[in-house]
Design a protein around this ligand. Structure first.
Ligand SMILES: O=C(O)CCC(=O)C(=O)O
Ligand SMILES: [Fe+2]
Length: 276
């Protein structure tokens, strides 16, 4: 009986602890929800002080935000005109060196590079720097995508998860995709929302806005909560410009530095080395 009494007290204590923990989490979550807001983003260049960017925060963790009215009409038209006749079917990468056409991703796309219009590219890169603090010297090229009616991209993540596959740095010398930026270049008649099923977020495409999210956790591991999709275009078409910001961009670390940094943080977080 005495033992049972003790056990009962212990169970009660555990329940109370659990409840306390739950309340703490609720409070933190509530605090998070309260923290969601819109504000002007004035950091960076003279441009962003004169014309502050309008930032709306959807989620702090993972970080998902939208910048409203971030591109001018003429800039968007320039991107569209320059790529109109060069579009080809988008591909999907399942494995290293295995890139193929897939019904999971039915857009067409074309790169927009310095060759196409160096001034326009510089304007867009300057804007991206104002938004993210990163320069794009060591990032992927800007891709212009076109989804026709029915065009979609099934749920996926953008990162390669080099954190768990460091041997693949060989194929991604500037590191993993730490952030994704999707510029919406037109207003879609119906459909074409970008959705994050795990975060319960639905973002309708709005011409001139840029959606940005962080794909990696602070220590470099891919964050599966960033899984997202482009819903089918129901009516009209959808055009976007996509910029993937690689890990090599922020502090221009060399891939080797990045690799050893990842390995070091892996050791300290997990207490063991990754399997080769
Ligand atoms: O078009 C969108 O809304 C998102 C596109 C996307 O996620 C991708 O191409 O990786
Ligand atoms: Fe994506």
């Amino acid at each position: 009986l005495v033992w049972n009494q003790l056990e009962l007290e212990h169970t009660e204590q555990l329940l109370v602890e659990n409840l306390k923990q739950y309340l703490l989490e609720l409070r933190q979550r509530h605090q998070m929800i309260k923290n969601l807001h819109c504000r002007y983003h004035k950091k960076g260049s003279a441009f962003s002080r004169l014309a502050p960017l309008k930032l709306e925060i959807f989620s702090h963790d993972p970080y998902v935000v939208i910048y409203h009215d971030v591109l001018y009409d003429a800039e968007m038209q320039g991107l569209i005109d320059s790529t109109r006749r060069r579009m080809s079917r988008s591909m999907v990468q399942y494995e290293i060196r295995q890139i193929e056409i897939s019904e999971q991703r039915t857009s067409k796309e074309a790169p927009f590079t310095e060759k196409n219009d160096p001034q326009l590219l510089k304007r867009i890169y300057d804007r991206l720097k104002d938004m993210t603090g990163c320069d794009m010297l060591r990032s992927e090229h800007l891709s212009i995508l076109l989804y026709d009616q029915g065009g979609h991209h099934d749920p996926h993540v953008d990162y390669h998860d080099l954190y768990w596959h460091p041997q693949e740095y060989e194929y991604h010398p500037f590191g993993d995709r730490q952030a994704s930026v999707v510029f919406y270049l037109n207003d879609v008649e119906d459909g074409g929302e970008t959705v994050f099923p795990k975060l319960q977020l639905v973002i309708p495409p709005t011409k001139g806005s840029a959606l940005m999210w962080h794909n990696l956790r602070p220590w470099g591991e891919g964050d599966p909560r960033t899984q997202h999709a482009s819903c089918p275009v129901l009516s009209g078409y959808k055009q976007v410009a996509i910029q993937w910001i690689l890990q090599g961009t922020r502090d221009l670390v060399t891939p080797k530095d990045a690799l050893s940094k990842r390995l070091r943080s892996l050791h300290s977080h997990m207490g063991h080395a990754p399997q080769q």
